[in-house]
Design a protein around this ligand. Structure first.
Ligand code: ADP
Length: 719
């Protein structure tokens, strides 16, 4: 409605001044439009006179109309109090072009402040702090000089006015406030500067009736170089005259000059109750005050609540909430998936552990750094190290640090390390592992590389077993075989006893004969038979040596096995055997055919064992030829076939039928009345213990060939 009136007034004015361009000055009207027009029309006329090509008019605006009028550009200039100006400055970019001057008793000033006062006899009220518990009356909650300035001072003095004062009331006008204090209706009042002085001039009050609280200014008597009035607060610039954003700078500067040139006592100034204009002042103090009191335009700086956020950003909030919900759903899904995976992994690990732990062999894993990555239960039992002690530690230092002979075993030579270095599996059949208690166990183990998808080794897995039991069993078997062989040799000797006795008889009777002959020669003659005597005594000595040799061989053959292996030359062995059985051969009328290759390599074995095998085969051959009508021929051959030495014993005896050939090497199989049936099984056992073979080839009625093949077993086993 007011804007409609404003438009009508503009139209009206324009009709009167059709030649000049209309310029509207919006003026805050807090005492009614008529009063405002009365006060300010002369100022508009002054400007029209100064700038004849324009026609200035006043548009009274109440508080609610100021902002829309400036925002819509309905006014070109605006005249409002400093607090409203500061808001317009920020919201609509208005800019001040002049600040109003006031004058009192001929002194002009362009600042104003607040006065806080009580009745003169209130000696208890001197400082702002003394206001605690008192009642205060101000003009209006929106009044800059009549409330806000005092409020700021009270807060600066450490008071919370709404809490520490007994009551705050508002009188509506400055005059009411002064009267209420004077009449004792309130303890303290606050009004803007110049009110008290003017009321005194009007004879309504006397200044001496009041005491000015916090009259804190430099000179101590309320006199200030810029203002001749009593005041209790800081000073702030007076009302500014401002141009709105659309108004041209040219016009603004012309208006500014015209205002500055207005004399203090110009009718326009007198009518407007002011004393001319100065250059515009700095309104920062007003900004500071409003900011401190959290008043517009700074009221939202700390009052921006969650509700405001919700209203302003509801779209984003809703989006964020939805996103959160989706994310929460996904997190929960991933979490559940993860849990299921963890359970499956645990199950797999349990199964794997169960499998590993139920294996009797020790199993452990090794990383590229040589540290143990896992170990099964059997490993703990076999070595005494617990899984927790092994895992993460260098397996070589735990298990492998020293060799069986007590020498240091460097890590660099550890077969397990080599496994993942050359990415090759390896098997070690005879080694030792050290246990936690300091003892060692004999082991055989395999070390296999663990490969990644690209085939590169990322570690190794070692499977090992304690070979102590196996070794004991093998030793037992060997011992048993040795005992059997011994028994067999004794038995053979028993059988050969008469032949041997006969053999011994020969040298003994020769010794006897030669000795008697020698005695006779010594009795019959002197030294002339010396040569014959020497010859006879040499015969005695050699016959005695021969007898001694037979007895030595006999003793060696019947004693228990020699503990150590030795280098055995096949050639020597065959000949010494032949010598041993010579009496039997002779007695049985057997002819020997000897065919021994020259320079045969030696065999690393127990001499007596090979002798026993050959003796056994030879005696069987002789027995098989017993019933031969014609010639009895024993063949003994020795030759090298690749990496093996072959020894063959053959005869032209009755041979062996096919059925017997199949069972020939089974113990206690014999066709002889006195036979034990052990010879061939023992022989086969001996040969095989050296990795060799014993084979038979026979045709009934056409003789038999037994062939021994003994491997040279590489370097060091043959020379
Ligand atoms: P034993 O000589 O005590 O019988 P062996 O194990 O040495 O025990 O021989 C088993 C059997 O094999 C003999 O009883 C014999 O029948 C047969 N045999 C062994 N060697 C010959 C051979 N050269 N010719 C024919 N038969 C043989």
């Amino acid at each position: 409605m007011r804007l409609v009136l404003l438009s009508l007034s503009l139209l009206f004015t324009a009709a009167h001044a059709f030649a000049a361009e209309p310029v509207t000055i919006g003026v805050l009207s807090h005492r009614g439009d008529e009063t405002t027009l009365n006060h300010w029309s002369k100022t508009a006329d002054y400007l029209t006179a100064q700038l004849p090509d324009y026609h200035f008019v006043i548009a009274p605006l109440d508080f609610s109309e100021v902002d829309p009028a400036v925002g819509s550009g309905a006014v070109d200039f605006i005249l409002v109090n400093p607090a409203i100006y500061v808001n317009l400055e920020l919201r609509h970019r208005v800019s001040r072009i002049a600040t109003m001057k006031n004058s009192w008793r001929g002194v002009a000033y362009n600042l104003f402040g607040g006065v806080i006062f009580a009745r003169a006899e209130r000696y208890d009220l001197n400082r702002l702090e003394d206001l605690r518990g008192s009642t205060l009356m101000a003009v209006d909650e929106t009044s800059l000089g009549g409330f806000m300035m005092a409020l700021r001072e009270l807060k600066a003095a450490g008071l919370n006015p709404y809490h520490d004062l007994a009551d705050i009331r508002f009188g509506g006008t400055h005059d009411n406030v002064v009267m209420a204090v004077r009449d004792g209706r309130v303890d303290v009042g606050t009004v803007r500067t110049d009110i008290l002085e003017r009321m005194e001039d009007e004879g309504r009050i006397r200044l001496s009736e009041f005491r000015i609280i916090n009259q804190h200014l430099h000179d101590g008597v309320g006199e200030h170089p810029d203002i001749p009035l009593v005041h209790s607060t800081a000073l702030y610039p007076e009302w500014p005259f401002s141009k709105v954003q659309h108004t041209s700078n040219m016009l603004a500067s012309r208006v500014s000059i015209a205002l500055a040139e207005m004399p203090e006592d110009h009718p326009a100034a007198l009518s407007g109750n002011y004393a001319g204009w100065t250059i515009p002042l700095d309104y920062q103090p007003v900004h500071d005050l409003l900011r401190e009191l959290l008043l517009p335009p700074y009221h939202q700086s700390r009052r921006f609540t969650l509700g405001d956020v919700a209203v302003r950003y509801w779209g984003w909030l809703l989006g964020g909430l939805l996103l959160l919900l989706v994310m929460a759903g996904m997190i929960s899904w991933v979490w559940r998936l993860n849990r299921a995976l963890a359970a499956a992994k645990q199950q797999l690990e349990r199964q794997q552990a169960l499998i590993l732990d139920s294996v009797a062999d020790g199993i452990y894993g090794v990383g590229l750094d040589g540290r143990t990555t896992f170990a099964n239960y059997a490993m703990e039992v076999l070595t005494g190290w617990s899984e927790s002690e092994l895992i993460g530690n260098d397996q070589h230092l735990f298990l492998h640090h020293t060799r069986a002979d007590g020498s240091h075993f460097p890590s660099s030579e550890c077969p397990v390390f080599h496994t993942f270095r050359d990415n090759q599996a390896r098997y070690v059949d005879d080694d030792i592992f050290w246990c936690k208690d300091g003892s060692s166990i004999p082991v055989e183990y395999s070390s296999t590389p663990i490969r990644n998808a690209q085939g590169a080794a990322v570690g190794a897995v070692v499977v090992f077993r304690n070979t102590a039991e196996r070794k004991r069993t093998a030793e037992k078997a060997r011992q048993h075989q040795s005992d059997m062989a011994h028994v067999a040799r004794l038995s053979t000797m028993g059988e050969m006893a008469s032949g041997i006795a006969h053999e011994l008889n020969q040298p003994l009777s020769a010794i006897s004969n030669y000795t008697r002959g020698s005695i006779r020669m010594l009795q019959e003659s002197g030294l002339e038979k010396r040569e014959q005597l020497i010859a006879a005594m040499e015969q005695v000595a050699s016959q005695a040596e021969r007898a001694g040799e037979i007895i030595r061989q006999l003793r060696r053959f019947v004693r228990k096995e020699e503990p150590e292996c030795e280098w055995v030359e096949p050639d020597v062995l065959v000949r010494s055997l032949l010598n041993f059985i010579q009496p039997e051969l002779r007695k049985s009328g057997v002819r020997v055919s000897l065919d021994i290759a020259s320079a045969l390599p030696s065999l690393w074995m127990h001499r007596i064992q090979l002798e026993q095998v050959l003796l056994n085969l030879t005696r069987n051959a002789m027995e098989a030829m017993q019933d031969n009508g014609g010639e009895r021929l024993l063949g003994l051959r020795a030759w090298q076939a690749g990496e093996a030495i072959c020894l063959e014993v053959s005869d032209n005896g009755h041979g062996i039928d096919a059925e017997l050939q199949e069972r020939l090497f089974i113990p206690f199989i014999t066709t002889k009345k006195q036979g034990m049936g052990l010879g061939l099984s023992i022989s086969k056992g001996i040969i095989e213990s050296y990795g060799g073979q014993l084979k038979v080839r026979s045709k009934p009625g056409d003789g038999t060939h037994f062939t021994i093949m003994l491997p040279l077993c590489g370097e060091g086993h043959g020379r």
